[in-house]
Design a protein around this ligand. Structure first.
Ligand code: FAD
Ligand code: NAD
Length: 464
């Protein structure tokens, strides 16, 4: 990478919390000439979440869909400081962020405070568990890279354990029952990947048990995928039927223990379903850090779903210094990568305009100090006002796509004023090409393409 300008104390500092979709889009587009930028995130990389379900069965290697944050900002004019740590406190009144060094490496730094002029709050959300304690204890999430790797390990452990000589028939059936909770796109994609793995790989290498694997998708609502068109929901249900994925709609999970999941069926009856592994994809909730920010802005931040922002992504109650975006916010838009990505790019343009406005403001102050003509001062004031008249964020939907197994995908795509819906293997090809082209950079694209090729030739890796 070329030599970069060092941080400059005379410039304003933007602290960015998170290295996900929102932050990365911002970092990708921001001009750092006029700013010091500090990124704080527990992960020193960006994760391409749309392909995360493929990591659960080893179709993709986890590292293929990550991109180091330092790598992404290597061409910025001014160096971006990347801190791998978790922000533990945002002091809204004093404009400071505290982060904690939780590294296992000897010589822990403890807590460190970083002051900011602007804060970009993009820490995403965490998994909603509705207070069911067994979910965290016995279930697996599918949000972070580590989650997907853990699912893969557990899945193979279940298969190996079921293959042990001497297992009872009942125990084999339990171990080979993979349950996914939540019929949103995450749950649908995870179930689809599991089934593909059974069909393509387990059937070859574990013929004695593969026929006994069952995949069930449990959803509390009457339908899965409420955000997709009705015909695509029906199409998905048919593909799942063919692929032997059991869908239990109108079933609400009430409890989870080591070996089973307790659900309430449509007739109110409580059923106990034995399972070997449970993936919990029941939606999002605000992180504790977000709740703490809300508590500091009592009366102004009143939405339990997330942070309230104005049309410029400014945090309600801290409009002069904090911008919030992505899944951490509660807006009319769905919590998707598409939204966070566009918001991040929008914020980069806001910062560009704010730095231009700062320059005009300096000129204005100088003009006033040196007693410039009133017309010149009025001209600069008009210019400044115009520059601060920044247009609001507006979202352009590119539609929605989801992988539903056996090389099929579904897509609802806007076409002028109408919406095109399609499902099938061709849509599957479009799905993989679309997401492949959206990957950040040649390194990820090459790795993903090679992983796909490797799976075609050798099958998925079965090692744990
Ligand atoms: P994230 O991308 O989640 O980023 C949050 C960042 O904050 C992370 O880097 C995290 O490590 C960091 N962080 C967390 N806590 C702290 C802290 N205390 N301090 C500092 N940093 C912190 N959306 C789509 O549009 N299309 C899809 O196909 C799609 N597929 C998905 C598949 C899966 C499996 C999942 C889980 C989600 C998918 N989504 C998809 C949704 C999409 O990933 C999210 O909407 C998007 O990631 C939100 O972006 P964000 O920047 O708000 O948060
Ligand atoms: P979601 O909120 O879309 O779906 C969660 C589902 O879990 C809901 O349908 C809910 O009714 C169900 N549920 C909640 N509690 C339950 C319980 N106790 N028992 C049974 N069912 C229960 O969550 P998601 O799928 O993780 O998606 C989160 C966001 O990410 C959404 O905005 C989604 O659009 C986006 N996303 C998009 C894609 C894609 O476009 N391909 C993929 C993944 C995620």
């Amino acid at each position: 990478p070329p030599e970069q300008l060092p941080p400059d104390p005379s410039k304003k500092t933007i602290v960015v919390l998170g290295s996900g979709w929102g932050s990365t889009a911002l970092l990708d587009a921001i001009d750092t000439t006029d700013y010091n930028v500090v990124v704080i995130s527990p992960h020193n990389y960006f994760l391409f979440t749309p392909l995360l379900p493929s990591v659960t069965v080893g179709t993709l290697n986890g590292r293929s869909i990550t991109q180091p944050t330092r790598y992404m900002v290597r061409y910025k004019t001014r160096e971006v400081q990347v801190v791998e740590a978790e922000a533990t406190k945002v002091d809204v009144a004093n404009k400071k962020v505290t982060f904690e060094d939780k590294s296992e490496i000897y010589g822990n730094l403890g807590t460190v405070e970083v002051p900011y002029d602007y804060l970009v709050y993009a820490v995403g959300s965490e998994n909603q568990t509705f207070g069911i304690e067994g979910v965290k204890k016995y279930g697996n999430f599918l949000k972070e890279l580590g989650d997907a790797e853990e699912v893969r390990r557990k899945l193979m452990d279940c298969v190996e354990k079921a293959s042990l000589l001497g297992q009872s028939e009942e125990e084999i059936d339990r171990l080979l029952h993979f349950v996914v909770v939540g019929g949103g796109p995450t749950g649908v994609e995870a179930s689809s990947e599991f089934r593909d793995f059974v069909r393509d790989d387990l059937s070859k290498w574990y013929p004695a048990v593969s026929g006994r694997v069952r995949v069930s998708l449990i959803e509390a609502l009457p339908n899965i995928l409420p955000m997709f068109s009705k015909n695509l929901v029906e199409f998905t249900e048919n593909v799942f039927k063919e692929n032997e994925i059991q869908i239990l709609t109108k079933h609400m999970v009430k409890d989870v223990d080591e070996k089973s999941v307790t659900v309430q069926g449509p007739d109110g009856k409580i059923i106990n379903i034995p399972m070997g592994m449970l993936v919990w994809a029941a939606g999002n909730t605000a992180r504790p850090l977000t709740r703490d920010v809300q508590a500091q802005l009592k009366g102004k931040q009143t939405n339990r779903r997330g942070l309230l922002v104005d049309g410029h992504m400014r945090l309600v109650g801290a409009e002069d210094s904090i911008f919030a975006l992505g899944d951490a916010t509660a807006t009319d838009l769905a919590p998707t990568a598409q939204v966070a990505n566009q918001q991040g790019a929008y914020l980069a343009s806001v910062f560009a305009q704010l730095s231009r406005a700062d320059r005009v403001n300096s000129k204005l102050e100088e003009a006033k100090r040196f007693g410039a003509a009133p017309e010149e001062i009025a001209r600069l004031e008009r210019k400044l006002k115009k520059m601060l008249d920044i247009s609001q964020f507006s979202f352009t939907s590119r539609g929605a796509m989801a992988y539903i197994g056996h090389e099929n995908a579904i897509a609802d795509l806007p076409w002028g004023s109408v919406q095109l819906s399609s499902g099938g293997v061709l849509t599957g090809v479009a799905w993989s090409s679309a997401y492949w082209s959206l990957l950040f950079g040649i390194r990820s694209r090459t790795s993903v393409a090679l992983d796909w090729l490797k799976v075609r030739i050798f099958g998925r890796d079965l090692t744990v």
